[in-house]
Design a protein around this ligand. Structure first.
Ligand code: ADP
Ligand code: ADP
Length: 226
Protein backbone atom coordinates (compact mmCIF):
# COMPACT_ATOMS: atom_id res chain seq x y z
CA UNK A 1 0.00 0.00 0.00
CA UNK A 2 1.06 3.58 -0.45
CA UNK A 3 -0.16 7.09 0.00
CA UNK A 4 -0.47 9.39 -3.00
CA UNK A 5 0.09 13.12 -2.86
CA UNK A 6 -0.40 15.86 -5.38
CA UNK A 7 0.96 19.32 -4.65
CA UNK A 8 -0.04 22.34 -6.68
CA UNK A 9 -0.39 20.27 -9.85
CA UNK A 10 -1.24 22.03 -13.10
CA UNK A 11 -1.80 20.65 -16.56
CA UNK A 12 -1.83 22.87 -19.60
CA UNK A 13 -2.14 20.91 -22.83
CA UNK A 14 -0.27 22.02 -25.94
CA UNK A 15 -2.73 24.44 -27.51
CA UNK A 16 -3.37 26.09 -24.17
CA UNK A 17 -6.24 24.21 -22.52
CA UNK A 18 -5.67 24.54 -18.77
CA UNK A 19 -7.15 21.16 -17.83
CA UNK A 20 -6.10 21.02 -14.15
CA UNK A 21 -5.53 24.05 -11.86
CA UNK A 22 -3.46 24.00 -8.66
CA UNK A 23 -4.61 20.54 -7.65
CA UNK A 24 -3.75 19.52 -4.06
CA UNK A 25 -4.69 16.17 -2.59
CA UNK A 26 -3.36 13.71 -0.04
CA UNK A 27 -4.69 10.18 -0.41
CA UNK A 28 -3.96 8.02 2.64
CA UNK A 29 -2.74 4.44 2.56
CA UNK A 30 -5.70 2.18 1.83
CA UNK A 31 -8.10 5.03 1.17
CA UNK A 32 -10.71 4.97 -1.63
CA UNK A 33 -10.90 8.44 -3.18
CA UNK A 34 -13.27 9.29 -6.03
CA UNK A 35 -12.68 12.18 -8.42
CA UNK A 36 -16.15 13.19 -9.58
CA UNK A 37 -17.53 15.88 -11.86
CA UNK A 38 -18.95 16.48 -15.33
CA UNK A 39 -17.23 15.41 -18.53
CA UNK A 40 -14.25 17.61 -19.37
CA UNK A 41 -13.56 18.79 -15.81
CA UNK A 42 -10.05 17.27 -15.72
CA UNK A 43 -10.59 13.99 -13.84
CA UNK A 44 -8.99 11.74 -16.40
CA UNK A 45 -6.07 14.11 -16.95
CA UNK A 46 -5.41 14.05 -13.19
CA UNK A 47 -5.52 10.26 -13.07
CA UNK A 48 -3.27 9.95 -16.10
CA UNK A 49 -0.73 12.27 -14.48
CA UNK A 50 -0.73 10.08 -11.36
CA UNK A 51 -0.18 7.05 -13.60
CA UNK A 52 2.66 8.86 -15.34
CA UNK A 53 0.84 8.59 -18.68
CA UNK A 54 0.74 12.36 -18.99
CA UNK A 55 3.39 14.92 -18.08
CA UNK A 56 2.71 17.42 -15.31
CA UNK A 57 3.06 21.04 -16.48
CA UNK A 58 3.96 22.17 -12.94
CA UNK A 59 3.69 20.76 -9.45
CA UNK A 60 4.56 17.49 -7.86
CA UNK A 61 3.08 14.02 -7.61
CA UNK A 62 4.41 11.34 -5.27
CA UNK A 63 3.45 7.75 -4.61
CA UNK A 64 4.70 6.80 -1.18
CA UNK A 65 8.01 8.57 -0.79
CA UNK A 66 8.85 8.65 -4.48
CA UNK A 67 8.15 11.36 -7.04
CA UNK A 68 6.41 9.59 -9.91
CA UNK A 69 8.73 10.73 -12.67
CA UNK A 70 11.78 9.48 -10.78
CA UNK A 71 10.43 5.97 -11.35
CA UNK A 72 10.48 4.28 -14.78
CA UNK A 73 6.94 3.53 -16.03
CA UNK A 74 7.37 -0.25 -15.72
CA UNK A 75 8.45 0.01 -12.09
CA UNK A 76 5.63 2.19 -10.83
CA UNK A 77 3.69 0.36 -8.18
CA UNK A 78 0.31 1.16 -9.72
CA UNK A 79 -2.23 -0.56 -11.94
CA UNK A 80 -4.86 1.21 -13.98
CA UNK A 81 -8.27 -0.05 -15.14
CA UNK A 82 -9.77 1.71 -18.17
CA UNK A 83 -13.33 2.27 -19.34
CA UNK A 84 -12.78 0.30 -22.56
CA UNK A 85 -11.14 -2.70 -20.78
CA UNK A 86 -8.02 -2.49 -23.00
CA UNK A 87 -7.72 -6.29 -23.13
CA UNK A 88 -5.57 -7.93 -25.80
CA UNK A 89 -8.07 -9.47 -28.24
CA UNK A 90 -5.82 -12.27 -29.47
CA UNK A 91 -4.98 -13.50 -25.96
CA UNK A 92 -7.09 -15.69 -23.69
CA UNK A 93 -8.35 -14.37 -20.37
CA UNK A 94 -5.57 -16.28 -18.62
CA UNK A 95 -2.92 -14.75 -20.92
CA UNK A 96 -4.40 -11.28 -20.52
CA UNK A 97 -4.29 -11.57 -16.76
CA UNK A 98 -0.79 -13.03 -16.73
CA UNK A 99 0.75 -10.62 -19.24
CA UNK A 100 1.90 -7.88 -16.87
CA UNK A 101 3.52 -10.41 -14.53
CA UNK A 102 5.31 -12.18 -17.36
CA UNK A 103 6.71 -8.86 -18.53
CA UNK A 104 8.15 -8.51 -15.03
CA UNK A 105 9.68 -11.99 -15.19
CA UNK A 106 7.59 -13.34 -12.33
CA UNK A 107 8.17 -17.11 -11.92
CA UNK A 108 5.58 -19.20 -13.75
CA UNK A 109 4.18 -20.96 -10.69
CA UNK A 110 3.69 -17.59 -8.99
CA UNK A 111 1.91 -16.21 -12.08
CA UNK A 112 -0.42 -19.20 -12.14
CA UNK A 113 -1.15 -18.89 -8.44
CA UNK A 114 -1.97 -15.18 -8.68
CA UNK A 115 -4.11 -15.56 -11.81
CA UNK A 116 -6.09 -18.39 -10.20
CA UNK A 117 -6.61 -16.35 -7.04
CA UNK A 118 -7.76 -13.22 -8.91
CA UNK A 119 -10.02 -15.25 -11.21
CA UNK A 120 -11.65 -16.85 -8.18
CA UNK A 121 -12.07 -13.46 -6.48
CA UNK A 122 -13.83 -12.09 -9.56
CA UNK A 123 -15.80 -15.18 -10.55
CA UNK A 124 -14.18 -15.66 -13.95
CA UNK A 125 -12.50 -19.06 -13.34
CA UNK A 126 -14.67 -20.73 -15.95
CA UNK A 127 -13.59 -18.23 -18.60
CA UNK A 128 -9.83 -18.46 -18.35
CA UNK A 129 -9.39 -20.10 -21.74
CA UNK A 130 -11.80 -17.82 -23.60
CA UNK A 131 -10.91 -14.73 -25.57
CA UNK A 132 -12.30 -11.27 -24.77
CA UNK A 133 -14.77 -11.27 -27.70
CA UNK A 134 -16.44 -14.34 -26.20
CA UNK A 135 -17.20 -12.47 -22.95
CA UNK A 136 -19.95 -10.07 -21.92
CA UNK A 137 -19.07 -6.48 -21.03
CA UNK A 138 -19.25 -7.24 -17.32
CA UNK A 139 -17.01 -10.26 -17.69
CA UNK A 140 -14.50 -8.24 -19.69
CA UNK A 141 -14.38 -5.58 -17.03
CA UNK A 142 -13.84 -8.24 -14.35
CA UNK A 143 -10.90 -9.54 -16.36
CA UNK A 144 -9.53 -6.00 -16.67
CA UNK A 145 -9.79 -5.63 -12.89
CA UNK A 146 -8.20 -9.08 -12.50
CA UNK A 147 -5.27 -8.00 -14.61
CA UNK A 148 -4.71 -5.15 -12.17
CA UNK A 149 -5.15 -7.35 -9.06
CA UNK A 150 -2.57 -9.97 -10.08
CA UNK A 151 0.12 -7.30 -10.04
CA UNK A 152 -0.66 -6.62 -6.37
CA UNK A 153 -0.04 -2.89 -6.83
CA UNK A 154 0.12 -0.39 -3.99
CA UNK A 155 -2.28 1.88 -5.84
CA UNK A 156 -5.20 1.09 -8.16
CA UNK A 157 -6.36 3.76 -10.60
CA UNK A 158 -9.80 3.40 -12.19
CA UNK A 159 -10.90 5.56 -15.13
CA UNK A 160 -14.71 5.32 -15.52
CA UNK A 161 -14.52 1.51 -15.36
CA UNK A 162 -18.29 0.97 -15.29
CA UNK A 163 -19.41 3.52 -17.87
CA UNK A 164 -19.81 0.99 -20.68
CA UNK A 165 -22.03 -1.33 -18.65
CA UNK A 166 -25.82 -1.33 -18.38
CA UNK A 167 -27.47 -0.04 -15.21
CA UNK A 168 -28.06 -3.43 -13.60
CA UNK A 169 -24.51 -4.59 -14.14
CA UNK A 170 -23.15 -1.24 -12.96
CA UNK A 171 -25.00 -1.66 -9.67
CA UNK A 172 -23.63 -5.18 -9.26
CA UNK A 173 -20.06 -4.15 -10.11
CA UNK A 174 -20.26 -1.23 -7.66
CA UNK A 175 -20.95 -3.72 -4.90
CA UNK A 176 -18.15 -5.98 -6.10
CA UNK A 177 -15.62 -3.15 -6.27
CA UNK A 178 -16.53 -2.03 -2.76
CA UNK A 179 -16.02 -5.61 -1.53
CA UNK A 180 -12.72 -5.79 -3.38
CA UNK A 181 -11.47 -2.66 -1.67
CA UNK A 182 -12.53 -4.07 1.67
CA UNK A 183 -10.65 -7.27 0.95
CA UNK A 184 -7.46 -5.82 -0.55
CA UNK A 185 -7.24 -2.70 1.63
CA UNK A 186 -5.31 -1.09 -1.23
CA UNK A 187 -5.20 2.59 -2.07
CA UNK A 188 -7.73 3.30 -4.83
CA UNK A 189 -8.30 6.43 -6.89
CA UNK A 190 -11.42 6.26 -9.01
CA UNK A 191 -12.72 8.63 -11.67
CA UNK A 192 -16.41 8.87 -12.55
CA UNK A 193 -19.08 11.36 -13.61
CA UNK A 194 -21.68 9.23 -11.80
CA UNK A 195 -22.76 10.56 -8.41
CA UNK A 196 -24.19 7.22 -7.28
CA UNK A 197 -20.90 5.48 -7.97
CA UNK A 198 -19.03 8.22 -6.16
CA UNK A 199 -21.34 8.07 -3.13
CA UNK A 200 -21.26 4.26 -2.95
CA UNK A 201 -17.54 3.76 -3.36
CA UNK A 202 -15.70 6.73 -1.98
CA UNK A 203 -14.31 7.18 1.51
CA UNK A 204 -13.78 10.72 0.26
CA UNK A 205 -14.90 12.54 -2.87
CA UNK A 206 -13.07 15.24 -4.78
CA UNK A 207 -15.63 17.31 -6.62
CA UNK A 208 -14.13 18.96 -9.71
CA UNK A 209 -15.40 21.58 -12.14
CA UNK A 210 -13.55 23.17 -15.06
CA UNK A 211 -10.23 21.81 -13.84
CA UNK A 212 -10.66 23.23 -10.34
CA UNK A 213 -11.31 21.31 -7.12
CA UNK A 214 -14.59 22.60 -5.68
CA UNK A 215 -14.80 20.46 -2.58
CA UNK A 216 -13.12 17.52 -0.87
CA UNK A 217 -15.01 15.55 1.74
CA UNK A 218 -16.96 12.50 2.80
CA UNK A 219 -19.82 11.63 0.41
CA UNK A 220 -22.52 13.21 2.56
CA UNK A 221 -20.50 16.38 3.04
CA UNK A 222 -20.09 16.83 -0.70
CA UNK A 223 -23.59 15.83 -1.79
CA UNK A 224 -26.29 17.11 0.53
CA UNK A 225 -29.79 15.78 0.16
CA UNK A 226 -32.51 18.42 0.08
P1 ADP B 1 -12.72 14.42 -17.74
O1 ADP B 1 -11.93 13.18 -17.46
O2 ADP B 1 -13.22 15.08 -16.50
O3 ADP B 1 -13.80 14.18 -18.73
P2 ADP B 1 -10.36 15.33 -19.15
O4 ADP B 1 -9.28 15.28 -18.17
O5 ADP B 1 -10.47 14.21 -20.13
O6 ADP B 1 -11.73 15.51 -18.39
O7 ADP B 1 -10.28 16.68 -19.97
C1 ADP B 1 -10.08 17.93 -19.35
C2 ADP B 1 -9.89 19.00 -20.42
O8 ADP B 1 -8.68 18.77 -21.12
C3 ADP B 1 -10.98 19.03 -21.47
O9 ADP B 1 -11.18 20.35 -21.86
C4 ADP B 1 -10.38 18.22 -22.59
O10 ADP B 1 -10.91 18.60 -23.83
C5 ADP B 1 -8.91 18.56 -22.50
N1 ADP B 1 -8.03 17.47 -22.96
C6 ADP B 1 -8.03 16.20 -22.52
N2 ADP B 1 -7.07 15.49 -23.13
C7 ADP B 1 -6.44 16.33 -23.98
C8 ADP B 1 -5.36 16.21 -24.89
N3 ADP B 1 -4.71 15.04 -25.03
N4 ADP B 1 -4.98 17.30 -25.59
C9 ADP B 1 -5.61 18.48 -25.41
N5 ADP B 1 -6.64 18.67 -24.58
C10 ADP B 1 -7.06 17.61 -23.86
P1 ADP C 1 13.91 17.61 -15.96
O1 ADP C 1 14.17 16.95 -17.27
O2 ADP C 1 13.92 19.11 -16.01
O3 ADP C 1 14.66 17.03 -14.79
P2 ADP C 1 11.74 16.17 -14.87
O4 ADP C 1 12.28 14.86 -15.34
O5 ADP C 1 11.76 16.52 -13.45
O6 ADP C 1 12.41 17.34 -15.70
O7 ADP C 1 10.29 16.36 -15.43
C1 ADP C 1 9.93 15.98 -16.72
C2 ADP C 1 8.44 16.19 -16.85
O8 ADP C 1 7.76 15.60 -15.75
C3 ADP C 1 8.01 17.64 -16.84
O9 ADP C 1 6.86 17.80 -17.65
C4 ADP C 1 7.67 17.90 -15.40
O10 ADP C 1 6.71 18.93 -15.23
C5 ADP C 1 7.07 16.58 -15.01
N1 ADP C 1 7.25 16.33 -13.59
C6 ADP C 1 8.22 16.80 -12.80
N2 ADP C 1 8.08 16.37 -11.55
C7 ADP C 1 7.01 15.55 -11.55
C8 ADP C 1 6.35 14.77 -10.56
N3 ADP C 1 6.76 14.68 -9.30
N4 ADP C 1 5.30 14.09 -10.92
C9 ADP C 1 4.87 14.11 -12.18
N5 ADP C 1 5.44 14.80 -13.16
C10 ADP C 1 6.49 15.53 -12.86
Amino acid sequence: MASVSLHNVNKIYPGGIHAVHDFDLEVADGEFVVLVGPSGCGKSTTLRMIAGLEDVTSGDISIGERRVNAVPPGDRDIAMVFQNYALYPHMTVRQNMAFGLKMRRTPKAEVERRVAEAAQMLGVEAMLDRRPRELSGGQRQRVAVGRAIVRNPAVFLFDEPLSNLDAKLRAQMRTELAALHERLQATMIYVTHDQVEAMTLGDRLVLMKDGVVQQIGAPLEVYQYP
